[in-house]
Design a binder for this molecule. Structure first.
Ligand SMILES: Cc1cc2nc3c(=O)[nH]c(=O)nc-3n(C[C@H](O)[C@H](O)[C@H](O)COP(=O)(O)OP(=O)(O)OC[C@H]3O[C@@H](n4cnc5c(N)ncnc54)[C@H](O)[C@@H]3O)c2cc1C
Length: 277
């Protein structure tokens, strides 16, 4: 993978954690495979996750009502975002692949990583309403979530107490990554790492290492392309003809665009072609 760059964004406080071990495994294997690897170890960097006026330099457009989205978009265009945001944006620009490594906190990322999304993925740099999703700014990059859970795998099923993992993943994988155009690779989920045996944890690390050897060749998860939707004036609704063309299929096209049908099995945990259609 000479010439390709991977960015690993880690959100864990401890170097002795399983998340840190997953991050280290990724750094080692990717480097061995010829990748240039860069890292953002958010707790070690003491990354500030709080959005505020202090994220821009110079005068705000409207000091009486500071609108974070439009103020930071303008500051991005004019080179007035603060240094810590700009540094992270440069890393994204360099990266072909981004791995987000974190423990699942309240069905999402730890706040420090959520704050990274909020501050770094600013309007016009990472998304805008003219080029959404499949046409988004990062359409030539791949990204994946690698996370650990406290709950057992059986708890993340349609009949489990936490509910279907595909539903839990939709906001992060579609709402953040696909919205910015990233090709979203299947997540790496390490279930219940504190409660499994040491042998299982060692096996988990080994299979992650194996996967990383060929990760760039993986096909992404399927999302509906932006051309299937109306534009802003049409409210970004699914085009009638697309909806009609999907009417015969047994399953919904996606978790979100479910058209009232059964959710497509495994659609957020497996790439297209490796699941039921
Ligand atoms: C605020 C909060 C919210 C949470 N919300 C959720 C939730 O919504 N859903 C859910 O399922 N869980 C939730 N959890 C639980 C959380 O996801 C788990 O505690 C976390 O995923 C465990 O990962 P870790 O890296 O911290 O594990 P650790 O406890 O650090 O590690 C697990 C084990 O792996 C061992 N280990 C470390 N390195 C290696 C290595 N190289 N090889 C083999 N073993 C190793 C460690 O010694 C330890 O025994 C939440 C936790 C918190 C604090």
């Amino acid at each position: 993978m000479a010439g390709k760059t991977a960015l690993i964004v880690l959100a864990h406080q401890e170097r002795t954690s399983f998340n840190y071990a997953m991050k280290e495994a990724a750094v080692t294997v990717l480097k061995k495979e010829g990748w240039n690897v860069i890292e953002s170890d958010l707790y070690a960097m003491q990354f500030n996750p709080v959005t505020s006026r202090d994220d821009i330099t110079g005068n705000p457009k409207d000091p009486n009502h500071f609108k974070y989205g439009s103020e930071t978009a303008k500051a991005w265009k004019e080179g007035r975002l603060t240094k810590d945001i700009v540094e992270e944006q440069k890393k994204i620009e360099m990266a072909d692949l981004i791995i987000f490594q974190f423990p699942l906190y309240w069905f999402g990322t730890p706040a420090i990583m959520k704050g990274w999304f909020e501050r770094v993925l600013c309007l016009d740099f990472a998304y805008n309403y003219k080029t959404l999703c499949s046409e988004g700014p990062f359409k030539n990059k791949k990204a994946l979530l690698s996370f650990t859970t406290g709950s057992l795998q059986s708890m993340f099923t349609p009949s489990g107490i936490d509910g279907d993992i595909n539903v839990i993943l939709w906001p992060l994988q579609n709402g953040v990554l696909n919205s910015c155009g990233f090709k979203v690779l299947a997540p790496q989920i390490s279930y219940s790492v504190a409660h499994v045996s040491q042998e299982v944890r060692v096996e988990t690390l080994k299979s992650w290492e194996k996967r990383l050897e060929t990760i760039w060749d993986e096909k992404p998860i399927k999302y509906l392309p932006v051309k299937d939707f109306e534009d802003f004036s049409g409210g970004f609704s699914l085009k009638k003809e697309v909806e009609e063309s999907l009417s015969a299929s047994k399953y919904a096209p996606t978790v979100g665009q479910n058209l009232g049908k059964p959710l497509p099995p495994d659609s957020q945990v497996k790439a297209e072609g490796s699941r039921l259609s």
